[in-house]
Each structure stands twice: as structure tokens, then as C-alpha cells.
Ligand binder design. Sequence first.
Ligand code: SF4
Ligand code: SF4
Length: 339
Amino acid sequence: MLKISVNKLDELFALIASKQTLYIPADREAGVAEYKKWEQGMKLSNALNTVRSAKDFFFPQTENLVDFKMEGKNIEVIDIRQESEDFVVFGVRACDARSFTILDKVFLVEPVDSYYKNRRDHGTVVTMACTRPAETCFCGVFGIDATEPEGDAVCYNDGENIFFKAHNEKGQKFIDSVSSLLEEGDTSKLDEVQAKTRDILKKLPLANLSTDSFGGDKLMENFNSDKWGELSESCIGCGTCTFVCPTCQCYDIRDFDTGHGIKRFRCWDSCMYSEFTRMAHGNNRNSQLERFRQRFMHKLVYFPSNNNGEFGCVGCGRCLSKCPVSMNIVKVMKALEVK
Ligand code: SF4
Ligand code: SF4
């Protein structure tokens, strides 16, 4: 397999960035990583994952969809869409890589979301196999192998070298574009690292979480559960869980009056917010219980019901570490589990 020494990562990043825009997980402060546009001297973070997921690259928090120019009674629609630049997102973890598959099932089905597709077409996802999974990780519960992430191309780090493998044409093109820095390498140490990581994954505290009580065929028993009241009681509806979640995809569209026209924006929204479902007639989810239930029913029941059993959670653990009242999908799954 082709590899590069970890000591040559700066050279690798410089070569990638000389051809297209490169984003890597970098430290914002000690142990807190976020995706940043690579610049000379920027180092790959040692943190397991970024606080915000990689979904922003394809589904940004805010985007201008269209403009309207108004002159008297005339309204001109201005299509501001432009071809996205080519870019590489490097170091995406297995959970976030799977989240793109989930988002594709939302944005790339008819009618295709051209904004999302534009970025998907131009972005190359280079994943990084995990070697130090955290106690909050449970991707394996959803059939994700953290040591073999999806993505256009994948990297494996054995501590000394980073190895590359393509999963598709786009990934191969990426590897070809940096091949001048790569050489054939011996993967025996990598095999050991992978075996050790798989051992850790099996022993993680949430490795045995069961999905048996969920899925599209468990609709009414979950919806009518008397556990939702107690589970949602502490939720303050802050929406943090939805904003850090790689698979949450709710948005709102608002018009902004510039004084001489209208700019139409799409912004992330949250089903945890009281105004999320407000319509002309009123609101059909009036209590936090209903809003809370919606979020988890969507991930564990409605999404699999519409997508051949695929759950809408990738077990990244972000909601476990970020909810201010320590409420999360794992607590919901454990509480609703039919034993
Ligand atoms: S579950 Fe936690 S993070 Fe999510 S809205 Fe409620 S309080 Fe906020
Ligand atoms: S629900 Fe929580 S664990 Fe699941 S993908 Fe979203 S943030 Fe990650």
C-alpha cells in the first residue's frame, strides 16, 4: 500500500493545497479541534474528532440561496449559484463519513438539492481510520467499522506512516495527485494497530447498545411510550445536540430585506426549538416532550422506516459530550429498550 511518513505531513498538505483547497482538523485550543482551511504551518489535530461535524462542508450552517431585485412592481429573480471550487476534506472519521451517506439520502433524492450536490460533486472526502476511539463512541452499533471508514479515499496511521487506499475514482484521483510523495510501504505494523483498535472498540462501554427495539416497524410502541415525559423533562430545548450532530438536517428559509431587494437564506434549524413547526394555523408540537420525541423518533424509527432500515445516527457521541443537561440518544435508547 502507498504510504508517507508522518514526518512528511507538512509536505503532503502543501502539495494538496497547491492543487485545491484543503481542510484539516486543527486545534482551536488544546484538545478542541475544528476543521480549518490549511495554511503553511498548520498541524493535524491529535483530537479524536472535531466539535462540529464535517457536514458543514456540504450543508453549511447559513447559505444564500437566491436574491430578488425589486423595481416598482417588477421582481427579478437572481440565481446566484456558482460552481463550487474543488476541495479536499482530510481526516474525516468513520462516523462522519457515514453521515454523508445519510445526508445524501435526504438531499440527493428527487428533487435533488442542487446546492448540496454542487459541493458533494466538488469535495473529496479523505477519511482517517480511528486508533483511539473514545468512551462516548458507539458507531459500531450502527454497523460502522471505525478502522475501515468510508469516503472517497481512506488513510491509516500506524504511528510512523500514513497509508492510503482509494474507494472510488475520485479517491484514486486524489492519491494520484500526491503520488510523487508516496512510496510502497510494509503494512505489518498497521495490521497490529488495526487489531488493537478493534479490540478496544469491542470493549467500549456502549459497544453492546442494542438497536433491536427500534427501526421502522416499531413505530407506535415507541411513539406511545410513557418514558418520553421523564426523558424530556430536563431538556432545555437549546438545540446544541442538533447543531453538533452530523446527521441532523433540519433548516429554515428566511428572506432578508436589504432595502433594495431580498436575499433568501437557508439556515440550520432545530426540531428542539418551539417555533420549528409553527405554521399559519399554529404549532403542531406544543410541548418539549413532543419536540424531544420527534428528534429521537426521527433518528431511530422514521429515518429507518424510509431508508431500508438505515438509522439516522452514526454513534459519533457528540450529543453525549455536549448536551448541557447530559441527555442524549444513548439514554433514550436504553430507556426505550424492550428487554
Ligand atoms: S437534549 Fe440536551 S442538547 Fe438537545 S436540546 Fe435538549 S438540552 Fe439541548
Ligand atoms: S444523535 Fe448524537 S451520537 Fe447520533 S449522530 Fe447525532 S450527535 Fe452523533
